[in-house]
Each structure stands twice: as C-alpha cells, then as structure tokens.
Design a protein around this ligand. Sequence first.
Ligand code: NAP
Ligand code: MG
Length: 401
Amino acid sequence: MDKIKMTTPLVEMDGDEMTRILWDWIKEILIKPYVDLKTEYYDLGLVNRDLTNDQVTIDASNATLKYGVAVKCATITPNQQRVEEYNLKSMYKSPNGTIRAILDGTVFRQPVLVNCVKPLIPTWEKPIVIARHAYGDIYKNSELKVEKGCTAELLVTDANGNQTKKLIYDFTDSDGIIMGMHNKDNSIKSFARCCFNYALDQKLDIWFSAKDTISKIYDHRFKDIFNEIFEAEYKEKFNEAGIEYFYTLIDDAVARVTRSKGGFIWACKNYDGDVMSDMIATAFGSLAMMTSVLVSPNGCYEYEAAHGTVTRHYYKYRNGEETSTNSVATIFAWTGALRKRGELDNLPELMAFADKLEKACIDTIEAGEITKDLLPLFCNDNIKPQVKNSRDFLLAIQKRL
Ligand code: NAP
Ligand code: MG
C-alpha cells in the first residue's frame, strides 16, 4: 500500500521519561509504516526546555496557533527534586500551563471505553467528557488568617480612586479565615466559546453547572455569560446539529450525571472540574485510558494523554527491567490529531486511518491482549487475558491494524 499523504504538518511536542519511550515506538510501529508523517518537531523534554530556557514551549505553542493542530507527549513539571535530578537552571513552569495560557484554551478529558472494563456506574454506556475552566477562582486567590476582634471587608478601588466596600464578616466571636478570589469576563467568554465549539465538533450535548442560587453575583456571572454567548452565537448552529445546551445547579448536575447513560460534555468551573475529572476518570476505570484535548476559542486543538510521564515505569525501563505501560491514551492523542488534520485538510484517508488505529487498540484489549494496569479491571470471563510488555502491546495492535 502507498503511504497516506499529509499536506499540513502536525505540531509534534515530544516529552519525558516512559511516555517519551512510548512516543518513539508509537511512531515507529503504528504510524510511520502507514502515513507519510509530516510534523514540525519541538522537543519539550526537560533537558531541551532547560537548554532553551523554556523558549521551546513558547515556540511550540505559537506553532499550534499557526497550524491549528498539535500532539503532545507527557512532560515533567519540575519540582525541587527534579531541579536537582536534572541540574536545572530554574524551576520551569508547567508546560501545559504555558501552552494553555498562550492558546487561551479549555481542556476536555474523555475516557476510551472498552467492553471488558466496566465503569463503576453501570448505567454509563458512553463517555462523559469533562471541560474544566482552568483559570482563576481559588487557584489564584488571596487568603488570610483573621484574629478575633477584626472586621473583614472587600475593598475595590476604581481607576479614579473611588472605593466600594462590602462587609465579609465581623470577627467579634472567634478567630477565623478569609479568602478573596476573582475571575475575568474575557476568560469566562473564551471558556464558553471553547465549550460550544467543542460540543459542535463532537456533536454532543453540553451541560454547564455552577451554584448561582448561593453565589448570586459571582457564579451568576458565569451563567449569564454562557447564556448570552449561546443565544447570540450558537443557538442556531446547535439546532442544526440537533444538540442541546442547558445550565443546571452543580448539585443537580452531579445527580443527573450519576443517573445518566453518558454521551455528553459537562462544563465545570475550575474547582468543580478539578474534582469531577478525577471522579469520572476513576469511575470509568483507568487514568491510562483517559485522553485530553486543549481547545482554543479560535479553533486550535492540542491532543495528549491525561496521565503523566509514568516515572516509576521509566526507572524500571532504564534499569533494563520489563515494563507494561499502557500506551492507549497516547495513541489516541495521535489519532485525535491526525483525524483533525484530515478533517481540516480534507484528507478522508487520514481520517479513516485514525478510526482504524483506534479500533485496533480497542479490539486488541477486548481480545485480552492487555497491559498490566488493565488486569485487575478486566471482566470478560470467556477470555483469559494475556499481559503484554510495553512494546509487545504495540506490536499486538499493529497486527490487528
Ligand atoms: P503519572 O505519570 O500519571 O503516573 C502515576 C501512576 O499511575 C503510575 O506510576 C502508574 O501506576 C499509573 N499510570 C499512569 N499512566 C499509566 C500508563 N499509561 N500505564 C500504566 N500505568 C499508568 O503521574 P505522576 O507519577 O504523578 O507524575 C509523573 C510525572 O508526570 C511528574 O513529573 C509530573 O510532573 C508529570 N505529569 C505530566 C502531565 C502532563 O504532561 N500532562 C500530567 C501529570 C503529571 P503504577 O506505578 O502503580 O503502575
Ligand atoms: Mg484533580
């Protein structure tokens, strides 16, 4: 067969540790034999981030804005221990944070479902996609301890020096704590547009939840912005696509999600998204099967696995020991990016290839050829699962592909 041609390059962001090893093998075994792969390569591995003073992360983000589609390997976010391990010049910021800030994007997380791993909620038949607003609220707050006898107030000074005050609490009876937090209309608007665009892209209903009955100004602002943008820009497109948007209270959303069959996007405020994405990931089975895509309000897409660099497996690999690391989420990052590139460049063969590769992954697992993480979750009594090492798992997928 002739290799499938690409016209525009993908932005390829390489990464660290075990996922960097898998990255090369995925390209070698599952992509390059079939696709005339075109990428613009950026090495976001920690060594090169240090060499370039992290400029490579900025360049890769700008390339994503230019080309519209990127695929990213997991990367180390340095802490003090990594600074020593890699002898770093500085404790660089999280690459994902940098990319997200430059793309002004929203992260959507979606599990890969296989029939031999049952969700802990038996009614869930289809994926639940979580969209998390990754800006502001308690993640950019100011907090204080307050002593008994203090009065705490919110104070806002406008550009002309006029001040507005509002009482938080009179601490006459006890010591206590206070917190100030913010969000920006611009950021909420971008979040809303990312959510509506992705719902149209995926042809999925979208729910947005907050607590506007209690937070009558703060959370209510989120609700209003979502409604205004929906009415003005998306209502007709949603009608044409046959999908729905609705707002509901966060506690009602939790109840509805639990009872649902899945198959929708749940847009969450920052903290809710942090908590609920871990709940959804666990309930669907395995972090190793959770994919993630960063979508910008102007329609750029960056695909990746939701998990990290799987450090523990990497140390084993480096010692020459056998590993059985699940590469499914990383493969789905590649298929997501190739399919999107195919869609934008009108290359049906490339889109079909992405579908076939995903099906080959699912078929391999459903046939019982799995990685070690899936063994305790495997629930098909008619098949005796065989645990493959990291590379043989990819070869088993290739056989089916
Ligand atoms: P992690 O790499 O996701 O791994 C945590 C544990 O989850 C692993 O030790 C492994 O459990 C299991 N696991 C995760 N992915 C797996 C896979 N594909 N196959 C099999 N098992 C898998 O999280 P971490 O250990 O907290 O973080 C490691 C590094 O990744 C850190 O430096 C962090 O900064 C970085 N990180 C990057 C991203 C990103 O780039 N998006 C996200 C998160 C973390 P067992 O050891 O029990 O097998
Ligand atoms: Mg979390």
